[in-house]
Write a protein that binds this ligand. Structure first.
Ligand SMILES: Cc1cc2nc3c(=O)[nH]c(=O)nc-3n(C[C@H](O)[C@H](O)[C@H](O)COP(=O)(O)OP(=O)(O)OC[C@H]3O[C@@H](n4cnc5c(N)ncnc54)[C@H](O)[C@@H]3O)c2cc1C
Length: 460
């Protein structure tokens, strides 16, 4: 008789749980995954996948309607129309396909899928309904939910979060977007491309607070100022009431009346009622499960990955954490190198980054006693970008002055989300700009924007 029902039980079948399950099976672990709602979690059903489908379609509309821009390439076209319902179906179909593919990939590998709400039920045990399952190791991967500040009332139709926004059920003429993080920014890209007017409300004193300050400044010039977007910075949306119109009371006393309001004010961990108290775990004050870089909790054989840990709330980070957790479960020491995990906003043009922002790098330099340097190179000097007539953008590098070690790379410009990976690989190797400046990039490619930046940094 086996000591446990499974080698590994994973609670939550989002991309984190999926990544962990695939790696567990590859390592011969008898694995089960428990899912309370939709297979694929946030990314597949309400996040990355549908939002990127909407961005792809709306981005194409924006591109085709930019007549002056097309003229630069010698192209003239007539009026461009779109069908909102068909764009919404494109996103829905993609979600269904990804969800089916993800589910089948687990089934094919022999991962047992258990539908229901899982709960930790003491050491090395999980409860689903009235069934108790034992496992040598358990990974908690329960993800996150939209955060809705107090005073904001949702009805899911006129006042909603990204959960409903990705369905694109209707196109409001005027929409307020609360929050200027990457989710708010991506939705402003979608709505303005499809003809909506946007008012963006940001509580902090500048837009896009998560980005490197230089990138945020340029992003404002490219993605906000020339578009039908009004910004209100340093004010709080104190009270939002759904209806027709939606009313928004701002902290400076102004009252807005708009057709719709998207609340994009961050995400909170989905860690309530998980039975954590049964093993003596108390989440941090925001509800995140605390883990070390091996993804271990304070309880042996209990691990946590993904958004529930709040470390880096991105799909590929969750999957990478899953692999690291399984490596440790298999007895091989592994840790997550967050510095080399890239991030992107899929606006038009895109923004991407990896490693430290300049203020973060400066703080590290001050603490450790070294100097940093920065360099920039511009898309307007890149032959491929000029050929595409897409010359808005820059790449900024932050590196150590003494060793040349690359500490951060930040790009805004066409295909930035694809360009970032060579900087990410470089940071994972702790490479210096002097080495990187000698790598040969194909000509003419957008990757020469980074090539140019490395060479400027290395003075070659
Ligand atoms: C609009 C939007 C756009 C995004 N775009 C991107 C992007 O472009 N790129 C990117 O990298 N990231 C993006 N993200 C973030 C990304 O979706 C998340 O980082 C990722 O989904 C986290 O994966 P996870 O496995 O930790 O959690 P989730 O995907 O949230 O999955 C957790 C799963 O656990 C299940 N669950 C919870 N509790 C229980 C329980 N007790 N028992 C059983 N099951 C349970 C949930 O039902 C859910 O299915 C986006 C997010 C949003 C909202």
């Amino acid at each position: 008789m086996a000591e446990f029902d499974y080698d590994l039980v994973i609670i939550g079948a989002g991309v984190g749980g999926h990544g962990a399950a695939l790696h567990a099976v590859a390592n011969g672990l008898k694995t089960a995954i428990i899912e309370a709602a939709d297979m694929g979690g946030t990314c597949v059903n309400r996040g990355c996948i549908p939002s990127k489908a909407l961005l792809a379609a709306s981005g194409r509309v924006r591109e085709l309607r930019a007549k002056e821009h097309l003229k630069l390439l010698g192209i003239e076209i007539g009026d461009i129309n779109f069908d909102r319902g068909a764009i919404s179906s494109h996103a829905g179909n993609l979600v269904n396909k990804q969800r089916t593919d993800l589910t089948n990939s687990l089934k094919k590998l022999g991962v047992e899928i258990i539908h229901g709400r899982g709960k930790v039920a003491g050491k090395q045990a999980v409860q689903v309904g009235d069934r108790t399952i034992t496992a040598r190791d358990v990974i908690l991967c329960t993800g996150s939910l939209p955060f809705v500040p107090p005073g904001i009332e949702l009805d899911g139709k006129t006042v909603f979060t990204s959960d409903e926004g990705v369905r694109l059920d209707w196109l409001p003429s005027w929409i307020a977007i609360i929050g200027s993080g990457y989710i708010g920014l991506e939705f402003s890209d979608i709505y303005t491309a499809l003809g909506s007017e946007v008012t963006m409300i940001e509580a902090l004193d500048h837009l896009m607070p998560g980005f490197d300050p230089d990138i945020a400044k340029l992003a404002e010039r490219i993605l906000i100022k020339p578009r039908d977007i009004e910004t209100k910075v340093g004010v709080l949306a104190k009270k939002v009431t759904p209806g027709s119109p939606v009313t928004i009371e701002l902290s400076d006393g102004e009252i807005l009346e708009v057709d719709a309001c998207l609340v994009a004010t961050g995400r909170i961990p989905n860690t309530k009622d998980l039975g954590l108290e049964s093993v003596g775990i108390t989440p941090d004050r925001r509800g995140f499960i605390e883990v070390d870089d091996r993804m271990a909790t304070s309880v042996p054989h209990l691990w946590s990955i993904g958004d529930a840990t709040g470390k880096m709330m991105l799909a590929h980070a969750a999957a990478a954490q899953g692999v690291v957790a399984v490596e440790n479960i298999c007895g091989r020491d592994a840790t997550v190198d967050y510095l080399s995990i890239p991030a992107a906003a899929f606006t038009h043009p895109e923004i991407s980054f990896v490693g430290l922002t300049e203020p973060q790098a400066q703080a590290k330099a001050d603490a450790e006693g070294f100097q940093i340097a920065t360099t920039r190179s511009y898309f307007k000097g890149n032959a491929k970008a000029i050929a595409e007539a897409e010359t808005d953008g820059l790449a900024k590098l932050i590196y150590r002055q003494d060793t040349g070690e690359l500490l951060g790379a930040h790009i805004i410009g066409i295909h930035a989300s694809d360009l970032i990976h060579e900087a990410s690989a470089a940071i994972s190797q702790r490479a210096s700009v002097h080495t990187l400046a000698r790598q040969v990039h194909a000509h003419p490619t957008l990757s020469e924007v980074l090539d140019d930046a490395y060479k400027r940094a290395a003075h070659v």
